[in-house]
Every structure is written in structure tokens, then in C-alpha cells.
Design a binder for this molecule. Structure first.
Ligand SMILES: NC(=O)c1ccc[n+]([C@@H]2O[C@H](COP(=O)([O-])OP(=O)(O)OC[C@H]3O[C@@H](n4cnc5c(N)ncnc54)[C@H](O)[C@@H]3O)[C@@H](O)[C@H]2O)c1
Length: 444
């Protein structure tokens, strides 16, 4: 079966199915379709499937014109009908992997997708898991499900894990030029999965097992969480010592070896960095191992919103104002610049804390029209907030402006000229702006 499938892939006659058309799955299926394969995207959300079939993209890194062209050429289709899985030669799972309230891995989306495959799996298929998860998911959870059908690994089907590294909002690195790690449950699985990705990705790095590939992804994201934690701790330390954190990092980064700059911020957000390390620490606990770096980084990072609110309170206090009743405007609520994703965004916690203290909170974000607050992330609950227009009046009447997300399209010069107090959590205001500014600026 290895030879048959390899030939289908080489001749671009293979049909590639992608389950879950979000930030990860949509760019992937589009890349396969653009690379000459027939791409089928599977969704549970009918609206998303309809949008794709109508040639409309809802993901920043994918243009509607590209989707329209591929749908028109009959290379790309989206569906909620999982029976079409049997038409696919390769099936790639890109569904969410959130945490439960107890911070334990929630692999229910992976299980739901795998059940759809299990019902229809046939001889000749390659299944690849891309959702970030704990080491062992592919061979401990997926393999038994597919073997239960009576089909045999290697003889009838192949199974691999390949982590996704997409960086939403970063136009420099897209699916085709981000190196791809691939690890199969068997050698045949690795070879064929690597061959498939090499059709659309320049650099494919094969590893000896699915577990190594799963662990590599968690190392990458834990590395970021821990180093951002270190930068955040440094920022708080520098604030206490009245030293400019950003100047310290810039200076240290001139060292050409042995140092890699990480930057502080209002806290971590998104579907990866705040969640993925918990997948690793959970698995570690199953083996009696306590991953202390992960716990410490989480503790430091999750306290940053509280620190930002303290900076706002300090700034207002110097203006003889109380937090209660003060008008506070957040610039940006997305978890990082130039994207619309508010999942786990520290802005939600900052808004919640400001509301608890009685501040009149508003926000402006060109990418996010509305934010709502669920019990899991807030103490105050509270009504959803809508983005306000960044008018001169809005800026002038705000007692404090907090730059939470450093979106590129904000006119920071205007912000500095119309506001009296700014808390800059991203170093969005460069030295020139800071010197010219009439506003008092407090930085992390
Ligand atoms: N967003 C990122 O930057 C990023 C980067 C690297 C890895 N990842 C990982 O990739 C995975 C997917 O993340 P995402 O950001 O694309 O999530 P997402 O929420 O943007 O997209 C997931 C999609 O899957 C759909 N879905 C859910 N259950 C389904 C099912 N049973 N069948 C079909 N579709 C289903 C949802 O409707 C949604 O459209 C996660 O494991 C995440 O950790 C994400």
C-alpha cells in the first residue's frame, strides 16, 4: 500500500481531506489544492463550509480570490458530509485541542473527528493528526480506534503525526515555507506522510516516531511560554528598580551568540502558548513527573493582566483620580498584532479586572468588532463590549489609554497627542514618539 499511495501522491492524483477548517486547516487544504491535489475540507460548521464553497475566506492568511479560483477550478470543496472521507487518500485532522476547566487536555474534538474516520476508513488511506496534543495520542488513542475496524496498520492504512506551526498574522512565514516535522507510527507511515508534505512544503524533517513529533511541538511552545515568562518577570523586576526593560533587552540582544530576545507583554493568549504546555505537564504527571518550569511560567504569565491594571491604577493615582468611574480605553483586544483572534487574550482579563474596580471600560480594535465574557475567564461576568471608533473625542475624554495589542494600523502619534495618560504594554511607542508626546507614558 506504501507504493500505491506514494504513486498517487507523486502523480497528484491523491485526494487530500482536511478535517477542521480553522486557522490551521483552511490554509493547509488551500495549499494542497493549489499544489495540484483535489482538496476536500470537512467542517461541523455549515456556515464555514458555505463560505468556502462561495469563494469567501474567513482566515487572514488566505485570500478570498485564491479560494474562489480553486473552488471554480473544482480543486477545492468544503462539506459537512463526512461520507466524502471515503473518497480521500490522505486525511489530516486539524480540530481544536482546548483545555478542560481543570486545565486537563480536552481531546474530545480529536475523538469526534477520529470516530468519523473510523466509521469509513478503507484500505489505502493515510491518516495524519496535526492538532497539538500530548505525546502518545496518535498511537495510544487513534491507532486502536482504526485497528478496531479489522484493518491492519501498514498493510491497509498508515498513521502519522505532524505538528502545525502556522503563525497567524505573519506574512513572511506561510504553510509552504515553514519546515514541517513528520513522525509516523511506523516507518512506512513516516515515509509516505513526509512524501505528501514535501509536495507543498520546502523542508520536511522526518523523525523516528509520532511521539517524538508530538513532543517536539510541545517543546517549541513550552520554550516560548517559559521564555516569555522570564521576560515578564524581568519587566516587573525592572519596573521595581526603575530601569527601562526594553533598553535592557535591546542591549542584551546585541550578543551574537547564547542569547535570544523574548519580550514582555500584558500576558499570553491564543490557542497555543497558554494551553499547550498543560498537555505536556498533564502527561508528565501521569508518569509521576512534576514539570516545574511550566507551572512557574504559567504563574508569572497569568499575573501580567493584574500588573497592567496596577500600572493603570498607579497612573490614575498620580493624576489624583480613582479607578472607580475613570474612563479607560484599551487599544487592541486581540492576543497579538494584526489578527482578529481573542482566544485566551489577556485583554479579556484586563477588562474584567478594570470592571471589577468600577472603571468605565471601552476598547478600539480594527480587527475585533465585539468581545464577550464567559464565566471561565472572568470574575465580573458582564455584558459584551463593542469596539468604539477611535475619534479625537474618545481619546481626549479617556482618563487612561492602555495599548494592549500593537496593531500596525493605529495612528500612535495621534494617540500621544490627544491623551493624557498611556500605559504601553508592548513598547508600541518608539523613542521619538515618547519624547514628543504630551501624554504621560508608563511602560512595562
Ligand atoms: N491557531 C494557531 O496559530 C495554531 C498554530 C499551531 C497549531 N495549532 C493547533 O491546531 C489545531 C487547530 O487549531 P485552530 O487554531 O485551527 O482551531 P480553530 O478553532 O481555528 O479551527 C478548528 C475548526 O475545526 C472545526 N471542528 C471542530 N470539531 C470538528 C469536527 N469534529 N469535524 C470537523 N470540524 C471540526 C471547527 O468548527 C473549527 O472551524 C489545535 O490543536 C491548535 O492547538 C494552532
Amino acid at each position: 500500500m506504501k507504493t500505491e499511495l506514494t504513486r498517487l501522491i507523486t502523480e497528484k492524483r491523491a485526494t487530500v481531506g482536511v478535517i477542521g477548517l480553522g486557522y490551521v486547516g483552511l490554509p493547509l487544504v488551500v495549499e494542497f489544492a493549489a499544489g495540484g491535489f483535489k482538496g476536500i475540507g470537512f467542517e461541523v460548521d455549515q456556515r464555514k463550509a458555505d463560505q468556502i464553497n462561495a469563494g469567501v475566506s474567513y482566515i487572514g492568511n488566505v485570500t478570498s480570490s485564491k479560494v474562489k479560483e480553486l473552488v471554480g477550478a473544482n480543486k477545492l470543496q468544503a462539506t459537512t458530509n463526512f461520507d466524502l472521507l471515503s473518497e480521500c487518500d490522505a486525511i489530516i485532522i486539524c480540530v481544536p485541542t482546548p483545555l478542560r476547566k481543570t486545565k486537563e487536555p480536552d481531546v474530545s474534538y480529536i475523538l469526534a473527528a477520529a470516530e468519523e474516520i473510523q466509521k469509513r476508513i478503507r484500505r489505502g488511506q493515510l491518516v495524519i493528526l496535526e492538532s497539538t496534543t500530548y505525546p502518545g495520542t496518535t498511537d495510544e488513542v487513534l491507532l486502536p480506534m482504526f485497528e478496531d475496524t479489522g484493518l491492519k496498520l501498514d498493510e491497509d492504512f498508515l498513521l502519522a503525526f505532524s505538528p502545525e506551526r502556522v503563525d497567524p498574522g505573519n506574512p513572511q512565514f506561510l504553510t509552504h515555507n515553514i519546515p514541517k516535522v513528520v513522525g509516523g507510527v511506523t516507518d512506512d507511515s513516516t515515509v509516505v506522510a513526509a512524501h505528501l508534505y514535501s509536495q507543498i512544503v520546502k523542508d520536511v524533517h522526518a523523525v523516528s516516531s509520532a511521539r517524538v513529533a508530538e513532543a517536539a511541538k510541545l517543546l517549541e511552545n513550552t520554550f516560548r511560554a517559559v521564555n516569555i515568562g522570564m521576560a515578564n518577570e524581568m519587566a516587573r523586576l525592572c519596573y521595581a528598580l526603575n530601569i527601562d526593560t526594553w533598553e535592557v533587552i535591546r542591549a542584551a540582544a546585541t550578543k551574537p551568540f547564547g542569547f535570544m530576545p523574548f519580550y514582555p507583554g500584558p500576558g499570553i493568549g491564543g490557542h497555543c502558548i497558554p494551553l499547550d504546555p498543560h498537555y505536556l505537564s498533564w502527561k508528565a504527571r501521569q508518569h509521576g513527573f512534576d514539570s516545574r518550569f511550566i507551572s512557574l511560567a504559567e504563574e508569572v504569565n497569568s499575573r501580567m493582566p493584574e500588573h497592567v491594571v496596577q500600572l493603570v491604577a498607579d497612573g490614575l493615582n498620580d493624576d489624583r483620580k480613582a479607578m472607580k468611574g475613570s474612563k479607560v480605553l484599551l487599544l487592541g483586544v486581540a492576543y497579538k498584532k494584526d489578527i482578529d483572534d481573542v482566544r485566551e487574550s489577556p485583554a479579556l482579563s484586563i477588562i474584567d479586572r478594570l470592571r471589577v474596580k468600577g472603571a468605565d471600560v471601552r476598547y478600539h480594535d480594527p480587527f475585533v468588532k465585539e468581545v464577550s465574557f464567559d464565566d471561565a475567564h472572568t470574575h465580573s461576568g458582564g455584558d459584551p463590549l463593542q469596539s468604539v471608533a477611535l475619534t479625537d473625542d474618545e481619546l481626549r475624554t479617556s482618563d487612561c489609554v492602555i495599548i494592549v495589542t500593537d496593531h500596525s494600523d493605529i495612528d500612535y502619534k495621534r494617540v500621544c497627542s490627544l491623551t493624557s495618560l498611556i500605559v504601553d504594554t508592548r513598547n508600541a511607542l518608539d523613542g521619538g514618539l515618547r519624547r514628543e508626546s504630551k501624554a504621560r507614558i508608563i511602560r512595562l
